[in-house]
Design a protein around this ligand. Structure first.
Ligand code: PLP
Length: 393
């Protein structure tokens, strides 16, 4: 047995553990009496137009290509559609030749890290962060190092500068962020690009900026999304349609680098090598074929904004201290006791299931995933009040 894999398997995901507890509670006490805020599974359906496109594709009875292997980087028309969409939307400079269609953001990150990391090199990420960054970095031969943030969970220039050293190869960022919901605006991205450029020059090798963007479309502030390849040459973007089109089970996304990356050809070749060595043959041909026709659509993500508004107001009115989420579908709430794991456990007594921030690399908060039905949001507020009052007593 591989000890490391055994360890990952045995530990399992703390998020899924709380989710299974919520499911157990639902079986015992009924669906309507349990408030499960554990997973990041979209709660709004995929657009009808997408289902129509899929149905029409499936009606092409003699067309074997619907389900066949595709080139490993993806179907040319799909790669072109992605590049065109980004160039129009963000005035970016992306060529189809630098776009690889992947099995979701998870694969994009795993492939991107494997493509650039050498044994023992460091990947920096701001804490709190998505839990899976650990196994993906370690499998790629790297070491994940957490970097602190300011008191609103935004990158802090001094802390970043202090963390970078000779071994640093990648800064892995995620905005809008899971688990805090914070958004890195243009000013933040410019600062990151400036620091990375300086440090790359100092150490004589490029430090990559990897932007993990599954929540890019879920933005509730009226600010432009800073498309990373425009700000920093040595950058990669990992995107996913899991959240924006509500397709997490279909496993479709992409990985790309910009045209101004001086080593773009070498990098793309390494991305192909990494995908191959990780066993990713190609992304779903059916969804690759559907994508160009729905590339400008999203599912009804406005639902998440309404959920956010109700939950944020509800919890703040009760007295909870929350980080105002500017994107994604997570609310970061300050724990009412020092130990957030104990606080999340206490919440289960009120049939509320949330995830302690300890599993995301910081202490003292819980993550509330508000990609749930409106009924769950509204119905949970009484329980959140009782929980709050129980601490006041
Ligand atoms: N990155 C972050 C921050 C996520 O929250 C998730 C999924 O929840 C992923 C990556 C993986 O997404 P995908 O379903 O596209 O693999």
């Amino acid at each position: 047995m591989n000890e490391k894999m055994k360890e990952y398997g045995a530990k399992g995901s703390p998020i899924r553990y709380m989710w299974s507890r919520a499911n157990e509670d639902k079986r015992e006490n009924g669906e309507d009496n349990v408030f499960d805020f554990t997973l990041g599974n979209p709660s709004v359906p995929a657009p009808d137009a997408l289902n129509e496109v899929l149905i029409n594709l499936l009606k092409r009875k003699d067309d074997v290509s619907i389900h066949s292997y595709t080139p490993s980087s993806g179907i040319t028309e799909t790669r072109m559609a992605i590049a065109d969409h980004l160039n129009k939307k963000y005035k970016a400079n992306v060529s189809k030749d630098r776009v690889m269609v992947t099995v979701g953001a998870a694969a994009s990150i795993a492939i991107g890290l494997n493509a650039v990391l050498n044994e023992g090199e460091e990947v920096l990420t701001f804490a709190p962060h998505f839990t899976e960054y650990f196994p993906w970095t370690e499998k790629a031969g790297g070491r994940l190092k957490e970097v602190g943030t300011n008191n609103r969970f935004l990158p802090d220039e001094a802390l970043l500068r202090k963390a970078i050293n000779r071994d640093t190869r990648v800064l892995l960022i995620n905005s809008p962020n899971n688990p805090t919901g914070v958004f890195y605006d243009e000013e933040v991205i410019r600062m990151l690009a400036r620091v990375l450029k300086e440090k790359s020059e100092e150490y004589g090798k490029p430090i990559y900026l990897f932007s993990d963007e599954p929540y890019r479309e879920l933005l509730y502030v009226d600010k432009p999304y800073p498309f990373i390849t425009k700000y920093y040459e040595y950058s990669m973007v990992g995107y996913s349609y899991s959240k924006s089109l509500s397709l997490p089970g279909e496993r479709i996304g992409y990985l790309l680098t910009g045209e101004n990356n001086p080593e773009k050809e070498e990098l793309f070749s390494a991305m192909n090598g990494a995908a191959r060595s990780l066993g990713f043959v190609c992304a779903s041909s059916l969804f690759q074929k559907a994508l160009p026709e729905v590339i400008n659509l999203t599912s009804n993500i406005e639902e998440y904004r309404t959920n956010r508004d109700i939950l944020l107001k509800g919890l703040c009115d009760i007295g909870y201290d929350c980080i105002v989420p500017e994107g994604a579908f997570y609310l970061f709430v300050k724990s009412l006791e020092e130990d957030a794991v104990a606080f999340a456990e206490e919440a289960t007594k009120h049939h509320i299931y949330v995830v302690a921030s300890d599993y995301f690399g910081v202490k003292g908060y819980v993550r509330v995933s508000y990609c749930v039905g409106r009924k769950t949001i509204v119905g949970s507020l009484a329980g959140f009040r009782e929980l709050f009052d129980s601490y006041r007593r």
